[in-house]
Write a protein that binds this ligand. Structure first.
Ligand code: SF4
Length: 398
């Protein structure tokens, strides 16, 4: 099971699923969030038939409106209320409220579903199974293409098509940045090779959702020339980073130079692929726009006496396949580091993982199995400068 929307880190998370009899519904989570109080959401209903989505969510909001801390901006979040009441009591109150609202006017009907669905018509796909042979031939001929395809492509429900992720994580470019010229090219490809659609992922990459298999090789060649085909998706240099102190007035520290230093350190593709799946996320302050809490390695910029320091956590997970669908908050390994030491710190964490990993284990699995102690010992055993008790300078909660 994979969650591509980090539903466990939202005030209300709705995860589409099917009951054993095939009925479509939702798993309902509440009380997730990051910021100063990072919490993984709790499931309060394992299965809610889709017709009741609106009435059930309304009941969650009613309970929040009744008891939530709207008097205090720092505590005005569902996660704070769920923590105060306890998830079980919160769920009990929602169910009690819903017993009155169920089957009310907000209940969704087949007619309403059809009306809304009409705005989302499927593209005019032309299944071309023959394209698969051409694609396989190209894969066999070109190692570069095969390596890119292995990271950038996702299966498609229509035979002969793939979803393609374009990496905005080239070394030396701020994670998630694209120039106007690159965006023009992506727009052009979306029309030439797809149906004019481009999506943006929370990992800060671009997705062309409907590319014909026979066009993949040509797309790769063009994306490579445009600097949008680095085969690093899901790997250590596919860093999520907030704008940090270069642009954001709330920042405690810069994010982008830290991302760049790590990208340069891990610029060897063979080494990067050997390390395997590893999510590294950076936030410039506790507001957590870079989702550092959910990174397998999370880096948080902190301020101490006007200086920029970086706190490191490991073992976070955002529900995606790399963490086997788990959602977790990373654990801080110890005192913070100076900017110029961050690439060394990440290198040490990776080395400790490589020394200890078992067959098939991702970085986050090894942290889960061993705990943070060996990583902590390995990192603080090296001569890096550290600072105790960094201040966080929090402005708001996320
Ligand atoms: S995490 Fe902090 S520094 Fe980064 S964008 Fe958000 S508010 Fe700004």
């Amino acid at each position: 099971m994979e969650d591509r929307s980090a539903t466990a880190f939202h005030d209300i998370g709705l995860y589409l699923c099917r009951a054993p009899d095939g009925e479509l519904g939702l798993r309902v989570l509440v009380g997730g969030g990051m910021g100063r109080t990072p919490i993984v959401g709790t499931v309060i209903r394992e299965f809610l038939p889709w017709q009741h989505m609106m009435t059930y969510v309304e009941c969650i909001l009613r309970v929040y409106n009744r008891y939530g801390r709207r008097d205090n901006i720092y505590k005005a979040r569902i996660k704070i209320l769920v923590k105060a009441l306890g998830a079980e009591e919160f769920a009990r109150q929602v169910e009690e409220e819903w017993a009155l609202a169920k089957d009310g006017p907000g209940t969704l009907t087949e007619e309403e579903l059809k009306r809304v669905s009409a705005y989302f018509t499927a593209p005019d796909y032309e299944p071309r199974p023959a394209d698969e042979g051409e694609f396989e031939r190209r894969i066999a001929e070109s190692r570069g293409f095969a390596r890119w395809a292995g990271r950038a492509m996702r299966p498609h429900r229509v035979p002969g098509y793939r979803a393609v992720v374009l990496s905005l994580k080239k070394t030396g470019v701020a994670p998630g940045d694209a120039t106007a010229e690159q965006m023009e090219q992506v727009a052009d490809w979306s029309e030439r090779y797809g149906f004019g659609e481009i999506r943006v992922s929370h990992e800060q990459n671009l997705i062309l959702p409907d590319v014909r298999a026979g066009d993949l090789f040509t797309l790769w060649e063009q994306a490579r020339k445009a600097g949008l085909a680095t085969p690093n998706l899901g790997l250590l240099t596919d860093i999520i980073a907030c704008p940090g102190g270069d642009f954001c007035s709330l920042a405690n520290a810069k994010s982008i130079p830290i991302a760049e230093a790590i990208q340069r350190r891990f610029d060897d593709l063979d080494y990067l692929h050997d390390i395997g799946e590893l999510n590294l996320n950076i936030s410039g302050c506790m507001n957590s726009c870079g989702h550092h809490h959910a990174g397998h390695i999370g880096i948080l910029g902190v301020d101490k006496d006007g200086e920029e320091w970086y706190q490191v956590s490991i073992g976070g997970a955002d529900g995606s396949a790399a963490g086997h669908g788990r959602s977790a908050i990373g654990r801080v390994i110890g005192p913070s580091f100076k900017a110029e030491d961050m690439a060394d710190v990440v290198s040490r964490l990776v080395e400790i993982y490589l020394e200890n990993r078992e067959t098939g284990e991702h970085f986050v699995d090894t942290v889960e199995r061993l705990g943070i102690a060996p990583f902590k010992a390995g990192v603080y055993g090296t001569p890096v400068r550290t600072k105790k008790e960094p201040s966080e300078g929090v402005v708001a909660d996320a």
